[in-house]
Write a protein that binds this ligand. Structure first.
Ligand code: IMP
Ligand code: MG
Length: 186
């Protein structure tokens, strides 16, 4: 399907400023503790490496890769773990780092999955929040930006695996309004 970049929603400077603010808030809230950042591949990778460098605490990193069944970004709620965590999270303070929370179904699954593994705490930090489309109940502790219900790319977010390397977040315009098809990877 034909796709083209639309208007910039959040420019690179605004993202970097917000990442520094989030890093400062997280550093304050976890003062004196060691934090495990769990990034959800692939979308959260770009945000996670910037966020990690804005946190002034001992930090370790791990990654989960998940995919919803089917080729659509309209999450079914049935999530498959493609790559599990490398190490145990038992007794650890875990901060899940997400690129975007849309329906919340992916995050709901990930939180249940992590809670079953005995962490000391689990919180969530997402760069983007599409509140209007939420279907699952999830508490988000740190939010970069609340955005309207449009399909966005950049700063980790993709359409058919492209655009992840853009330093800003922009709307994606599609030739047809089937914005979800063709973008399989989370
Ligand atoms: P959920 O609907 O909250 O389960 O979100 C599932 C996943 O869909 C997110 O983690 C993203 O990877 C992807 N996603 C949702 N909205 C967008 C978007 O606007 N652009 C790119 N990916 C998106
Ligand atoms: Mg994602």
């Amino acid at each position: 399907m034909e796709a083209a970049l639309g208007a910039t929603l959040i420019d690179a400077e605004a993202i970097q400023r917000r990442v520094r603010e989030l890093g400062a808030a997280i550093s304050r809230d976890y003062r004196g503790r060691e934090l495990l950042l769990v990034g959800v591949l692939k979308g959260a990778a770009v945000f996670l490496v910037d966020l990690a460098r804005a946190i002034e605490l001992p930090v370790t990193l791990d990654f989960l890769a998940v995919s919803s069944y089917g080729a659509s970004t309209k999450t079914s709620g049935i999530v498959r773990i493609l790559k599990d965590l490398d190490a145990s999270i038992e007794g650890r303070d875990v901060l899940v780092v997400e690129d975007i929370v849309d329906s919340g179904l992916t995050l709901r699954y990930i939180l249940d999955y992590l809670h079953a593994r005995g962490p000391a705490s689990v919180r969530v930090c997402t760069l983007l929040d599409k509140q209007a489309t939420r279907r699952a109940e999830v508490v988000i502790d740190y939010t970069g930006f609340v955005i309207p219900n449009c399909f966005v790319v950049g700063y980790g977010l993709d359409y058919a695996e492209l655009y992840r390397n853009l330093p800003f977040v922009a709307e994606l315009r599609l030739a047809s309004n089937e914005a979800s098809e063709g973008a399989g990877a989370l």
